[in-house]
Write a protein that binds this ligand. Structure first.
Ligand code: 4AD
Ligand code: MG
Length: 456
Protein backbone atom coordinates (compact mmCIF):
# COMPACT_ATOMS: atom_id res chain seq x y z
CA UNK A 1 0.00 0.00 0.00
CA UNK A 2 1.38 3.41 -0.92
CA UNK A 3 1.05 6.04 1.79
CA UNK A 4 0.21 9.62 0.88
CA UNK A 5 3.08 12.13 1.01
CA UNK A 6 4.31 13.20 4.40
CA UNK A 7 5.29 9.84 5.85
CA UNK A 8 3.54 7.95 8.58
CA UNK A 9 2.43 10.00 11.56
CA UNK A 10 2.01 7.05 13.83
CA UNK A 11 2.09 3.30 13.66
CA UNK A 12 -1.63 3.02 12.92
CA UNK A 13 -2.64 2.00 9.43
CA UNK A 14 -4.44 4.98 7.89
CA UNK A 15 -8.19 4.48 7.84
CA UNK A 16 -9.83 3.99 4.50
CA UNK A 17 -11.38 7.30 3.47
CA UNK A 18 -14.98 6.23 3.45
CA UNK A 19 -16.26 9.62 4.57
CA UNK A 20 -16.35 12.53 2.27
CA UNK A 21 -18.09 15.23 4.19
CA UNK A 22 -19.91 18.03 2.35
CA UNK A 23 -18.92 16.46 -0.91
CA UNK A 24 -15.30 17.58 -0.66
CA UNK A 25 -13.70 17.61 2.79
CA UNK A 26 -11.90 14.60 4.10
CA UNK A 27 -12.56 13.42 7.62
CA UNK A 28 -9.17 12.64 9.08
CA UNK A 29 -7.91 11.62 12.48
CA UNK A 30 -5.52 13.98 14.21
CA UNK A 31 -2.83 11.29 14.21
CA UNK A 32 -2.93 11.38 10.39
CA UNK A 33 -2.45 15.15 10.09
CA UNK A 34 1.26 14.95 9.16
CA UNK A 35 0.17 13.34 5.89
CA UNK A 36 -2.28 16.15 5.18
CA UNK A 37 -0.22 19.34 5.25
CA UNK A 38 -1.76 21.95 2.93
CA UNK A 39 -4.97 19.93 2.51
CA UNK A 40 -8.44 20.95 3.54
CA UNK A 41 -9.70 18.41 6.07
CA UNK A 42 -12.39 17.93 8.68
CA UNK A 43 -11.69 16.87 12.24
CA UNK A 44 -14.48 15.29 14.26
CA UNK A 45 -13.97 15.43 17.97
CA UNK A 46 -14.49 17.34 21.18
CA UNK A 47 -13.41 20.69 22.53
CA UNK A 48 -10.58 20.03 24.98
CA UNK A 49 -9.72 23.60 25.82
CA UNK A 50 -10.20 27.06 24.41
CA UNK A 51 -8.70 30.50 24.61
CA UNK A 52 -9.64 33.59 22.75
CA UNK A 53 -7.91 36.81 21.88
CA UNK A 54 -10.31 39.34 20.44
CA UNK A 55 -10.88 38.23 16.88
CA UNK A 56 -9.27 34.75 17.11
CA UNK A 57 -10.33 31.58 18.94
CA UNK A 58 -7.73 28.94 19.66
CA UNK A 59 -9.75 25.76 19.95
CA UNK A 60 -7.85 22.78 21.24
CA UNK A 61 -9.68 19.82 19.73
CA UNK A 62 -9.22 16.19 20.68
CA UNK A 63 -10.50 13.22 18.70
CA UNK A 64 -9.06 10.37 20.73
CA UNK A 65 -5.99 10.05 18.53
CA UNK A 66 -4.42 13.35 19.51
CA UNK A 67 -4.84 17.05 20.13
CA UNK A 68 -4.92 19.73 17.48
CA UNK A 69 -5.00 23.46 17.89
CA UNK A 70 -7.59 24.94 15.55
CA UNK A 71 -7.17 28.62 14.87
CA UNK A 72 -10.46 30.29 14.01
CA UNK A 73 -10.59 33.95 13.02
CA UNK A 74 -13.80 35.92 12.84
CA UNK A 75 -12.94 36.91 9.28
CA UNK A 76 -12.64 33.27 8.14
CA UNK A 77 -15.57 31.63 9.93
CA UNK A 78 -18.04 34.53 9.95
CA UNK A 79 -19.59 36.44 12.84
CA UNK A 80 -22.32 33.93 13.67
CA UNK A 81 -20.08 30.85 13.90
CA UNK A 82 -17.45 32.85 15.73
CA UNK A 83 -19.96 33.96 18.37
CA UNK A 84 -21.34 30.41 18.67
CA UNK A 85 -17.87 29.04 19.30
CA UNK A 86 -17.51 31.56 22.09
CA UNK A 87 -20.25 29.74 24.00
CA UNK A 88 -19.02 26.21 23.48
CA UNK A 89 -18.17 24.52 26.76
CA UNK A 90 -15.37 22.07 27.39
CA UNK A 91 -16.16 18.68 25.74
CA UNK A 92 -18.68 20.09 23.27
CA UNK A 93 -18.62 17.70 20.34
CA UNK A 94 -17.84 19.40 17.07
CA UNK A 95 -16.62 19.16 13.49
CA UNK A 96 -13.96 21.59 12.38
CA UNK A 97 -12.92 22.06 8.77
CA UNK A 98 -9.79 23.87 7.72
CA UNK A 99 -6.34 23.76 6.17
CA UNK A 100 -3.58 21.74 7.85
CA UNK A 101 -0.39 23.66 8.63
CA UNK A 102 2.83 22.49 10.14
CA UNK A 103 3.76 24.47 13.25
CA UNK A 104 6.46 23.17 15.53
CA UNK A 105 5.10 25.20 18.48
CA UNK A 106 1.59 23.74 18.28
CA UNK A 107 0.69 20.71 20.43
CA UNK A 108 1.36 17.73 18.18
CA UNK A 109 3.27 19.92 15.70
CA UNK A 110 0.34 20.69 13.38
CA UNK A 111 -2.56 23.09 13.47
CA UNK A 112 -5.68 23.81 11.53
CA UNK A 113 -6.56 27.17 10.02
CA UNK A 114 -10.30 26.93 10.43
CA UNK A 115 -12.83 27.62 7.69
CA UNK A 116 -15.94 26.32 9.42
CA UNK A 117 -17.07 24.96 12.78
CA UNK A 118 -20.11 22.82 13.34
CA UNK A 119 -21.35 21.88 16.79
CA UNK A 120 -22.55 18.27 17.06
CA UNK A 121 -23.85 18.36 20.64
CA UNK A 122 -23.39 20.77 23.51
CA UNK A 123 -21.57 20.23 26.80
CA UNK A 124 -22.01 22.56 29.71
CA UNK A 125 -20.39 22.53 33.14
CA UNK A 126 -18.12 19.59 32.36
CA UNK A 127 -17.09 18.35 35.80
CA UNK A 128 -13.38 17.84 35.14
CA UNK A 129 -11.84 21.24 34.54
CA UNK A 130 -8.17 21.94 33.84
CA UNK A 131 -7.65 22.73 37.55
CA UNK A 132 -6.40 20.10 40.02
CA UNK A 133 -8.90 17.53 41.32
CA UNK A 134 -8.59 14.93 44.05
CA UNK A 135 -8.23 11.28 43.06
CA UNK A 136 -11.46 10.19 44.79
CA UNK A 137 -13.41 12.73 42.75
CA UNK A 138 -11.67 11.70 39.54
CA UNK A 139 -12.37 8.02 40.20
CA UNK A 140 -16.06 8.87 40.63
CA UNK A 141 -15.81 10.55 37.23
CA UNK A 142 -13.82 7.72 35.68
CA UNK A 143 -16.16 7.51 32.66
CA UNK A 144 -15.13 11.09 31.83
CA UNK A 145 -11.64 11.04 33.31
CA UNK A 146 -10.58 8.59 30.57
CA UNK A 147 -10.85 11.53 28.15
CA UNK A 148 -7.90 13.36 29.70
CA UNK A 149 -4.35 13.34 28.32
CA UNK A 150 -2.67 11.53 31.21
CA UNK A 151 -5.25 8.76 31.22
CA UNK A 152 -4.90 8.48 27.46
CA UNK A 153 -1.17 7.96 27.81
CA UNK A 154 -1.56 5.27 30.48
CA UNK A 155 -4.36 3.39 28.76
CA UNK A 156 -2.65 3.46 25.38
CA UNK A 157 0.42 1.96 27.01
CA UNK A 158 -1.83 -0.68 28.59
CA UNK A 159 -3.29 -1.40 25.16
CA UNK A 160 0.24 -1.76 23.74
CA UNK A 161 1.20 -4.10 26.59
CA UNK A 162 -1.81 -6.32 25.95
CA UNK A 163 -1.11 -6.48 22.23
CA UNK A 164 2.58 -7.17 22.85
CA UNK A 165 1.61 -10.08 25.14
CA UNK A 166 -0.50 -11.61 22.40
CA UNK A 167 2.12 -11.02 19.72
CA UNK A 168 4.93 -12.49 21.84
CA UNK A 169 3.12 -15.76 22.45
CA UNK A 170 1.59 -15.98 19.03
CA UNK A 171 5.01 -15.45 17.35
CA UNK A 172 6.36 -18.34 19.45
CA UNK A 173 3.60 -20.75 18.55
CA UNK A 174 1.63 -20.61 21.79
CA UNK A 175 -2.06 -21.33 21.23
CA UNK A 176 -4.58 -18.99 22.82
CA UNK A 177 -6.53 -21.24 25.18
CA UNK A 178 -8.87 -19.15 27.29
CA UNK A 179 -9.97 -20.31 30.70
CA UNK A 180 -13.46 -20.04 32.18
CA UNK A 181 -14.35 -17.18 34.51
CA UNK A 182 -16.99 -19.13 36.42
CA UNK A 183 -15.28 -21.98 38.22
CA UNK A 184 -16.31 -24.69 40.69
CA UNK A 185 -13.39 -24.16 43.07
CA UNK A 186 -10.42 -21.99 44.02
CA UNK A 187 -6.96 -21.94 42.47
CA UNK A 188 -5.04 -19.49 44.66
CA UNK A 189 -6.38 -20.27 48.13
CA UNK A 190 -9.81 -19.64 49.56
CA UNK A 191 -9.21 -16.41 51.49
CA UNK A 192 -9.82 -14.05 48.60
CA UNK A 193 -12.39 -15.97 46.60
CA UNK A 194 -15.53 -14.30 45.20
CA UNK A 195 -18.47 -16.63 45.68
CA UNK A 196 -21.76 -16.47 43.85
CA UNK A 197 -24.99 -18.42 43.54
CA UNK A 198 -25.02 -20.71 40.55
CA UNK A 199 -28.08 -22.87 39.71
CA UNK A 200 -29.97 -25.18 42.06
CA UNK A 201 -28.16 -24.08 45.20
CA UNK A 202 -24.71 -24.65 43.78
CA UNK A 203 -21.91 -22.22 44.48
CA UNK A 204 -19.65 -20.91 41.78
CA UNK A 205 -16.53 -18.80 42.13
CA UNK A 206 -14.99 -16.10 40.00
CA UNK A 207 -11.66 -17.34 38.72
CA UNK A 208 -8.50 -16.27 40.54
CA UNK A 209 -6.29 -17.62 37.75
CA UNK A 210 -6.75 -19.57 34.53
CA UNK A 211 -3.71 -21.69 35.30
CA UNK A 212 -5.34 -25.04 36.07
CA UNK A 213 -7.18 -24.91 32.75
CA UNK A 214 -4.05 -23.70 30.94
CA UNK A 215 -2.34 -26.85 32.25
CA UNK A 216 -4.96 -28.95 30.48
CA UNK A 217 -4.24 -26.87 27.37
CA UNK A 218 -0.48 -27.36 27.65
CA UNK A 219 -0.90 -31.13 27.81
CA UNK A 220 -3.11 -30.91 24.72
CA UNK A 221 -1.23 -28.34 22.61
CA UNK A 222 2.29 -28.32 24.07
CA UNK A 223 2.31 -24.57 24.72
CA UNK A 224 -0.66 -22.32 25.35
CA UNK A 225 -1.60 -19.09 27.03
CA UNK A 226 -4.78 -17.67 28.44
CA UNK A 227 -5.47 -13.99 28.89
CA UNK A 228 -8.48 -12.69 30.70
CA UNK A 229 -9.94 -11.03 33.73
CA UNK A 230 -9.21 -12.60 37.10
CA UNK A 231 -10.68 -11.83 40.47
CA UNK A 232 -9.44 -11.63 44.02
CA UNK A 233 -11.61 -10.54 46.92
CA UNK A 234 -8.64 -8.66 48.35
CA UNK A 235 -9.50 -7.04 51.64
CA UNK A 236 -6.34 -4.98 51.36
CA UNK A 237 -6.18 -1.44 50.10
CA UNK A 238 -2.67 -1.42 48.76
CA UNK A 239 -1.48 0.41 45.67
CA UNK A 240 -0.82 -2.94 43.98
CA UNK A 241 -4.13 -4.70 44.48
CA UNK A 242 -7.27 -4.65 42.41
CA UNK A 243 -10.18 -7.02 42.95
CA UNK A 244 -10.47 -7.47 39.18
CA UNK A 245 -7.38 -7.46 37.00
CA UNK A 246 -6.19 -8.95 33.72
CA UNK A 247 -3.70 -11.73 33.76
CA UNK A 248 -1.81 -13.36 30.90
CA UNK A 249 -0.75 -16.91 31.70
CA UNK A 250 1.48 -19.08 29.52
CA UNK A 251 1.84 -22.77 30.27
CA UNK A 252 4.17 -25.23 28.53
CA UNK A 253 4.58 -28.99 28.67
CA UNK A 254 8.08 -30.39 29.29
CA UNK A 255 9.17 -27.01 30.77
CA UNK A 256 11.05 -26.95 34.04
CA UNK A 257 11.64 -23.97 36.32
CA UNK A 258 14.71 -22.83 34.37
CA UNK A 259 12.81 -22.91 31.08
CA UNK A 260 10.03 -20.97 32.78
CA UNK A 261 12.38 -18.25 34.02
CA UNK A 262 13.98 -17.94 30.58
CA UNK A 263 10.53 -17.53 29.04
CA UNK A 264 9.55 -14.93 31.64
CA UNK A 265 12.61 -12.75 31.06
CA UNK A 266 12.28 -12.98 27.27
CA UNK A 267 8.64 -12.02 27.61
CA UNK A 268 9.09 -9.01 29.86
CA UNK A 269 12.10 -7.66 27.96
CA UNK A 270 10.11 -7.97 24.71
CA UNK A 271 7.28 -5.89 26.15
CA UNK A 272 9.61 -3.22 27.53
CA UNK A 273 11.33 -2.86 24.15
CA UNK A 274 8.02 -2.70 22.37
CA UNK A 275 6.61 0.01 24.61
CA UNK A 276 9.81 2.06 24.39
CA UNK A 277 9.73 1.79 20.59
CA UNK A 278 6.07 2.44 20.02
CA UNK A 279 4.84 4.49 22.95
CA UNK A 280 7.56 7.09 23.33
CA UNK A 281 5.12 10.05 23.11
CA UNK A 282 2.94 8.55 25.85
CA UNK A 283 5.94 7.89 28.11
CA UNK A 284 7.02 11.47 27.52
CA UNK A 285 3.55 12.77 28.38
CA UNK A 286 3.83 10.89 31.67
CA UNK A 287 7.30 12.39 32.24
CA UNK A 288 8.62 8.87 32.61
CA UNK A 289 12.39 8.68 32.98
CA UNK A 290 12.89 6.12 30.22
CA UNK A 291 16.57 5.68 31.03
CA UNK A 292 15.30 3.67 34.00
CA UNK A 293 13.61 1.21 31.61
CA UNK A 294 16.58 0.76 29.28
CA UNK A 295 18.35 -1.99 31.29
CA UNK A 296 15.17 -4.08 31.33
CA UNK A 297 15.36 -4.44 27.54
CA UNK A 298 18.31 -6.80 27.92
CA UNK A 299 18.42 -10.32 29.31
CA UNK A 300 19.39 -12.19 31.40
CA UNK A 301 17.62 -10.82 34.44
CA UNK A 302 19.23 -11.56 37.78
CA UNK A 303 18.06 -14.68 39.61
CA UNK A 304 18.33 -15.05 43.36
CA UNK A 305 17.03 -17.74 45.65
CA UNK A 306 14.55 -17.00 48.40
CA UNK A 307 17.37 -17.80 50.86
CA UNK A 308 19.53 -15.10 49.34
CA UNK A 309 16.60 -12.70 49.33
CA UNK A 310 16.18 -13.25 53.08
CA UNK A 311 19.86 -12.44 53.60
CA UNK A 312 19.54 -9.28 51.56
CA UNK A 313 16.42 -8.22 53.46
CA UNK A 314 18.06 -8.81 56.82
CA UNK A 315 21.09 -6.82 55.69
CA UNK A 316 18.72 -4.00 54.73
CA UNK A 317 17.25 -4.06 58.26
CA UNK A 318 13.91 -5.78 57.51
CA UNK A 319 12.34 -7.77 60.34
CA UNK A 320 11.91 -11.03 58.45
CA UNK A 321 12.65 -14.67 59.08
CA UNK A 322 13.09 -17.68 56.86
CA UNK A 323 9.61 -19.02 56.12
CA UNK A 324 7.84 -15.65 55.98
CA UNK A 325 6.19 -14.61 52.75
CA UNK A 326 7.14 -11.23 51.32
CA UNK A 327 4.79 -8.29 51.54
CA UNK A 328 4.91 -5.09 49.53
CA UNK A 329 7.64 -3.61 51.76
CA UNK A 330 10.01 -6.54 51.31
CA UNK A 331 9.39 -6.59 47.56
CA UNK A 332 10.16 -2.88 47.41
CA UNK A 333 13.46 -3.31 49.26
CA UNK A 334 14.55 -6.22 47.07
CA UNK A 335 13.49 -4.81 43.74
CA UNK A 336 15.17 -1.48 44.50
CA UNK A 337 18.52 -3.30 44.60
CA UNK A 338 18.49 -4.07 40.86
CA UNK A 339 18.30 -1.97 37.72
CA UNK A 340 16.06 -4.52 35.97
CA UNK A 341 13.54 -7.11 37.15
CA UNK A 342 14.88 -9.71 39.55
CA UNK A 343 13.60 -13.27 39.71
CA UNK A 344 13.34 -14.73 43.20
CA UNK A 345 13.01 -18.50 43.06
CA UNK A 346 12.48 -21.40 45.45
CA UNK A 347 10.23 -19.94 48.14
CA UNK A 348 9.26 -22.11 51.10
CA UNK A 349 6.58 -24.55 49.94
CA UNK A 350 4.46 -23.51 52.90
CA UNK A 351 3.91 -19.97 51.52
CA UNK A 352 2.86 -21.17 48.11
CA UNK A 353 -0.20 -22.68 46.43
CA UNK A 354 -0.97 -26.41 46.45
CA UNK A 355 0.01 -27.01 42.82
CA UNK A 356 3.66 -25.95 43.20
CA UNK A 357 6.21 -28.74 42.73
CA UNK A 358 8.62 -29.31 45.57
CA UNK A 359 12.31 -29.10 44.76
CA UNK A 360 13.44 -32.76 44.74
CA UNK A 361 16.82 -31.59 46.05
CA UNK A 362 15.19 -29.72 48.95
CA UNK A 363 11.57 -30.54 49.77
CA UNK A 364 11.03 -27.49 51.99
CA UNK A 365 11.15 -25.19 48.97
CA UNK A 366 9.00 -25.05 45.84
CA UNK A 367 10.15 -24.81 42.22
CA UNK A 368 8.51 -21.42 41.90
CA UNK A 369 9.50 -17.94 40.85
CA UNK A 370 8.32 -14.39 41.42
CA UNK A 371 9.59 -11.60 39.22
CA UNK A 372 9.90 -8.25 40.97
CA UNK A 373 9.99 -5.05 38.92
CA UNK A 374 12.64 -2.42 39.66
CA UNK A 375 12.13 1.01 41.25
CA UNK A 376 10.10 -0.57 44.01
CA UNK A 377 7.19 -1.68 41.81
CA UNK A 378 7.10 -5.14 43.31
CA UNK A 379 5.84 -8.46 41.99
CA UNK A 380 4.76 -8.52 38.36
CA UNK A 381 4.99 -12.26 37.71
CA UNK A 382 4.29 -15.35 39.78
CA UNK A 383 4.75 -18.87 38.46
CA UNK A 384 6.76 -22.05 38.50
CA UNK A 385 6.86 -25.75 37.83
CA UNK A 386 3.71 -27.70 38.66
CA UNK A 387 3.40 -30.83 40.76
CA UNK A 388 3.14 -33.58 38.15
CA UNK A 389 2.98 -36.63 40.43
CA UNK A 390 -0.54 -37.91 41.05
CA UNK A 391 -0.15 -39.04 44.66
CA UNK A 392 1.80 -35.97 45.76
CA UNK A 393 -0.68 -33.60 44.17
CA UNK A 394 -3.64 -35.41 45.67
CA UNK A 395 -1.99 -35.17 49.08
CA UNK A 396 -1.35 -31.44 48.63
CA UNK A 397 -5.00 -30.76 47.71
CA UNK A 398 -6.10 -32.50 50.91
CA UNK A 399 -3.39 -30.79 52.98
CA UNK A 400 -4.70 -27.42 51.76
CA UNK A 401 -8.21 -28.37 52.97
CA UNK A 402 -9.57 -28.32 49.45
CA UNK A 403 -12.34 -30.71 48.36
CA UNK A 404 -11.13 -33.44 46.00
CA UNK A 405 -14.22 -33.75 43.80
CA UNK A 406 -13.85 -30.49 41.83
CA UNK A 407 -10.18 -31.34 41.27
CA UNK A 408 -10.74 -34.80 39.79
CA UNK A 409 -10.43 -33.46 36.26
CA UNK A 410 -7.18 -31.70 37.25
CA UNK A 411 -5.87 -34.94 38.74
CA UNK A 412 -6.69 -36.63 35.42
CA UNK A 413 -3.88 -34.57 33.91
CA UNK A 414 -1.57 -36.57 36.20
CA UNK A 415 -3.38 -39.86 35.51
CA UNK A 416 -3.08 -39.76 31.76
CA UNK A 417 0.42 -39.06 30.50
CA UNK A 418 1.64 -36.63 33.11
CA UNK A 419 4.76 -34.64 32.16
CA UNK A 420 6.84 -31.94 33.83
CA UNK A 421 5.32 -28.58 32.97
CA UNK A 422 5.55 -24.98 34.05
CA UNK A 423 4.06 -21.56 33.48
CA UNK A 424 3.47 -18.19 35.02
CA UNK A 425 0.98 -15.37 35.32
CA UNK A 426 1.58 -11.69 34.77
CA UNK A 427 -0.89 -9.00 35.82
CA UNK A 428 -0.90 -6.42 33.06
CA UNK A 429 -1.91 -3.55 35.34
CA UNK A 430 1.17 -4.15 37.51
CA UNK A 431 3.39 -4.21 34.43
CA UNK A 432 1.74 -1.10 33.01
CA UNK A 433 2.12 0.70 36.34
CA UNK A 434 5.84 0.01 36.35
CA UNK A 435 6.34 1.02 32.71
CA UNK A 436 4.39 4.23 33.26
CA UNK A 437 6.16 4.87 36.56
CA UNK A 438 2.92 5.45 38.44
CA UNK A 439 2.37 4.77 42.05
CA UNK A 440 -1.08 3.17 42.21
CA UNK A 441 -2.25 0.62 39.66
CA UNK A 442 -5.88 1.84 39.78
CA UNK A 443 -5.13 4.15 36.83
CA UNK A 444 -3.87 1.23 34.73
CA UNK A 445 -7.28 -0.27 33.93
CA UNK A 446 -10.22 1.57 32.38
CA UNK A 447 -12.60 0.93 35.28
CA UNK A 448 -10.77 -0.15 38.44
CA UNK A 449 -12.44 -2.46 40.93
CA UNK A 450 -11.21 -2.27 44.48
CA UNK A 451 -12.56 -3.15 47.89
CA UNK A 452 -14.28 0.22 48.27
CA UNK A 453 -15.04 0.86 44.60
CA UNK A 454 -17.56 -0.77 42.29
CA UNK A 455 -18.67 2.35 40.42
CA UNK A 456 -18.84 3.67 37.77
O1 4AD B 1 1.22 -14.68 41.91
P1 4AD B 1 -0.18 -14.95 41.45
O2 4AD B 1 -1.23 -15.03 42.46
O3 4AD B 1 -0.06 -16.26 40.57
C1 4AD B 1 -1.09 -16.97 40.03
O4 4AD B 1 -2.25 -16.64 40.06
C2 4AD B 1 -0.64 -18.15 39.23
N1 4AD B 1 -1.73 -19.12 39.19
C3 4AD B 1 -0.24 -17.69 37.85
C4 4AD B 1 0.29 -18.81 37.00
O5 4AD B 1 1.30 -19.40 37.35
N2 4AD B 1 -0.34 -19.07 35.88
O6 4AD B 1 -0.59 -13.82 40.40
C5 4AD B 1 0.19 -13.64 39.24
C6 4AD B 1 0.32 -12.15 38.94
C7 4AD B 1 1.07 -11.35 40.00
O7 4AD B 1 2.45 -11.47 39.87
C8 4AD B 1 0.58 -9.96 39.71
O8 4AD B 1 1.21 -9.41 38.57
C9 4AD B 1 -0.87 -10.19 39.35
O9 4AD B 1 -0.97 -11.52 38.88
N3 4AD B 1 -1.77 -10.00 40.49
C10 4AD B 1 -2.50 -8.90 40.71
N4 4AD B 1 -2.61 -7.75 40.03
C11 4AD B 1 -3.46 -6.83 40.49
N5 4AD B 1 -4.22 -6.98 41.60
C12 4AD B 1 -4.14 -8.11 42.32
N6 4AD B 1 -4.91 -8.26 43.39
C13 4AD B 1 -3.25 -9.14 41.89
N7 4AD B 1 -2.95 -10.37 42.33
C14 4AD B 1 -2.05 -10.88 41.48
MG1 MG C 1 2.20 -14.11 43.59
Amino acid sequence: MKLPEGGPACDAVPMRRRDVLNGKHMWVYIEDLPRQVGQEVTLRGWLYNKRSSGKIHFLLVRDGTGLCQCVASKADVGDGAFAAADHMGQETSLEVTGIVREDKRAPGGFELTVKSIKQVAPSTDYPITPKEHGVAFLLDQRHLWVRSSRQHAILRIRSEVAQACRDFFSERGFVLFDAPILTPTSCEGTTNLFELEYFEGRKAYLTQSGQLYAEAGALAFGKVYCFGPTFRAEKSKTRRHLTEFWMVEPEAAYFNLDDDMALAEDFVSYIVRRVLERRAPELKALERDVSKLGPSCATPYPRITYDEAIERLKAAGAAINWGDDFGGDEETILSSQFDRPVMVHRYPSACKAFYMKQDPARPDVALCVDMLAPEGHGEIIGGGQREDDYETLRGKILAHDLPLAPFEWYLDLRRYGSVPHAGFGMGIERLTGWLCGIHHIRECIPFPRMMERLEP
